[in-house]
Design a protein around this ligand. Structure first.
Ligand SMILES: [Zn+2]
Length: 151
């Protein structure tokens, strides 16, 4: 059995420790252990492919992988950076992300199907000054961008 002192020593020299910051998972700059299950790991994130909400720690693939997240529901991989951005975006900004991505298979990754995705989109609310809902903002912008790219 490893003694308490020994555990501390191991943690002190373990360079694989990670820490969650407001911008995702970052390398731990300190040379002592920081619990992965910190308060921020309870932060709720929304997955763009299935539009379900889960706690941050459920997206963690491994302590070594600090950049890429994996959705526990649809199993799609995505950058933590994008998951954090998504919390800040309004519907138009989300469309700015999805539309260019559609050429790289965004709609093939959505889960479980388009109808469910579309319905879940209408549940998202965003507190900005616009009278349009998140879903309306999304579709207006998406169609505008699609029109531009087809010209
Ligand atoms: Zn997902």
């Amino acid at each position: 059995m490893v003694s308490h002192y020994k555990r501390e020593e191991i943690a002190r020299y373990d360079k694989k420790q990670t820490v969650f910051s407001g911008y995702g998972v970052a390398p731990n700059p300190k040379n002592y252990a920081v619990s992965v299950l910190s308060l921020n790991s309870e932060k709720l994130l929304i997955c763009p492919f299935c539009l379900t909400i889960e706690k941050l720690w459920k997206y963690v693939i491994s302590p070594e992988n600090k950049r890429i997240a994996k959705c526990p529901n649809c199993k799609n991989q995505i950058l933590f950076k994008t998951l954090f951005s998504l919390l800040e975006w309004n519907g138009s900004q989300f469309a700015d992300f999805v539309q260019p991505y559609s050429k790289m298979g965004f709609w093939k990754k959505i889960y479980p199907d388009f109808e469910t995705w579309k319905r879940r989109l209408t549940y998202i609310s965003h507190s900005d000054d616009s009278d349009d809902s998140f879903a309306q903002q999304f579709w207006n912008r998406y169609k505008a961008l699609k029109g531009e790219s087809e010209e």
